[in-house]
Design a protein. Sequence first.
Length: 301
Amino acid sequence: MSPRHILDIASLSGDQVRLILDLAQRPIASLGRPLEGLGAALIFEKPSNRTRHSMEIAVMQLGGHPVYTRGEEVGIDVRETAEDIAAVMAGYHGVLAARVFKHDVVVRMARVSGVPVVNMLSDHSHPLQALADALTMQQTIGDLAGRSVAWSGDWNNVARSLAEICVLLGARFSIATPAGYAPQPAEVRRINGLGSGEFVAGTDPFAVVTGAEAVHTDVWVSMGQEAETARKEQAFAAYKVTASLMERAAPQAKFFHCLPAHRGHEVDADVIDGPASRVIPQAHNRLHSARGALAFIMGVK
Ligand code: CP
Ligand code: NVA
């Protein structure tokens, strides 16, 4: 049987996502120790706080031993190919996880790995973040089916995974981006085909946020895009999440951000540090959802 990888939310079914979210909330001891005696290679081509720490602790909580490895050290496709790295490491570890610049690298690793591969963020997606986002929204506003979730800002890796998980779980996900930064129509169609929810793309942040129960954003300039900073800061200025934008959302709407955040850029301080903000529980849920995801790939039911 081929290993259970987590490269994208789109490759999971709604039932699998619900199982991961359930596993995330179970007492740790009830999960057994599915990684007992096993290593987990955690390879990072980019910086990380939440992902590294939550994954290391989640591996430990499931009985395993995390081995943090900097991208430069193994030199993916520089010192040796992604395939050679994965095939070799699969002989040492029970899990391989990687944060990479190019999504194709985790796809290629999964193709040759005899153990599960987890995408810890690529240019394309951030599935572990979406699992924590869904868990936090569920705990905050209840079951996501039929709920309205909005995003004002960049259509990026985090937004894509969040759109996918919302549609899988039956929510309506609306995004406002500047023209020129919108999801391609084919991608909107693809995501709409994933489940019973709905994905809608527009350009007016006030229209998109109207009535939403959860309002999300992320940085305008993702890791690896630094050369685009000046252009994007200008293009996204009207997409900042401000108190007046939040006023258009539902009365009890909550604010979410995967962090790290840039106050005064994609979100104002009075929103991210205000009473509607759920960003710290959201960050803490990275640990619980990482544990759920690891338990899932190790076959815990
Ligand atoms: N949200 C997130 O992935 O944070 P890190 O980049 O710090 O891991
Ligand atoms: N979109 C951001 C998320 C960081 C957690 C990035 O890729 O840099």
